[in-house]
Design a protein around this ligand. Structure first.
Ligand SMILES: O=C(O)CCC(=O)C(=O)O
Length: 297
């Protein structure tokens, strides 16, 4: 019996390319959830922006209101597909993410959902750090032109397994979020994310391994597949990293599903060998997970 994980399980990361037809994107995502469940995955993750192409110009057209909850099929076909696929496959589904339209219809967010095997919503995470970057000659992307930011660290208790930390893409670059989730007991950090062909080769694997190494937890990064006919070229390379910061599964750039066994004893073994959790010096520096942290679990 492990300290953080009640039961070992298989995670499945679905790397798919979303095109311009939302209905087709949802049907494809649903089919892949069924496929992953059939292959034995008990926790299934979709990539950032799975119902729409990735880009500020698309978000308003593909956005769905999810409040009041539960939204009707007409209001949010994406929410309803995720809920019914989780129920049908008896799995946890991290349905991440879609552009969300706020209830007052004034604000857009980039929002991920977690459903339990009964199809009930356990949590939502609104991307907290918006992807506003400008690397001259390479990539400029200003998500805040259209989206607003979420305002919390999200920790989700999966009753069969334990707690996961959930954040989206650019959020991975802010180690404080990961630290808060890990120190509050998360065994795995899940990041649906659409890095690109500039920042992906530079930092995708490094970020995943760094968050795993610093926190001695599993890290799951789930990307869209690369579509070179689209306006944004996703990096792909969905991967799972273990608590020793080893990449234990990694895809290429095309559509595929990555599977990995999540084993609680591995976390205990790594933490026993390198006992960071008993060696931290909060008398020398502050504990970012203590004091004023806005989080939800
Ligand atoms: O951090 C990066 O390099 C990419 C982030 C990104 O693509 C996103 O937040 O959607």
């Amino acid at each position: 019996m492990s300290t953080l994980l009640k039961k070992n399980f298989k995670v499945g990361l679905i790397q798919l390319a979303a095109g311009s037809d939302k209905q087709k994107n949802l049907a494809k995502a649903r089919g892949k959830i069924l496929e992953a469940a059939k292959a034995g995955a008990q926790v299934i993750v979709l990539p950032e922006c799975f119902n729409s192409p990735y880009g500020c110009q698309y978000f308003p057209d593909y956005a769905e209101p999810i409040e009041p909850s539960p939204p009707s099929e007409e209001q949010s076909p994406s929410w309803n597909m995720l809920s019914s696929a989780a129920k049908e496959t008896n799995t946890y589904v991290v349905g991440a993410s879609i552009p969300e339209l706020s209830q007052d219809k004034k604000t857009y967010y980039n929002t991920a959902f977690v459903f339990n095997p009964k199809g009930e919503l356990l949590a939502t995470h609104r991307k907290t750090h918006l992807f506003d970057i400008d690397i001259p000659g390479k990539i400029k992307f200003i998500e805040s032109d259209v989206l607003s930011a979420g305002n919390k660290v999200t920790i989700v208790d999966l009753p069969d397994y334990g707690k996961i930390g959930l954040a989206i893409c650019y959020d991975v670059r802010f180690p404080e979020m990961a630290m808060v989730a890990a120190r509050k007991g998360a065994f795995m950090l899940v990041y649906p994310g659409a890095f690109n062909t500039t920042t992906g080769p530079m930092h995708w694997t490094l970020q995943a391994r760094a968050r795993a190494m610093d926190n001695q937890v599993y890290v799951a990064m789930c990307s869209p597949a690369r579509d070179t006919t689209s306006t944004y070229h996703a990096y792909g390379h969905s991967m799972v990293v273990n608590p020793n910061a080893d990449v234990i599964t990694e895809l290429e750039e095309k559509e595929d599903i990555a599977y990995a066994d999540i084993d609680g004893s591995k976390i205990d073994e790594i933490r026993k060998g390198v006992p960071l959790y008993t060696q931290r010096r909060f008398d020398v520096y502050p504990d970012v997970s203590a004091g004023k942290v806005r989080y939800e679990e």
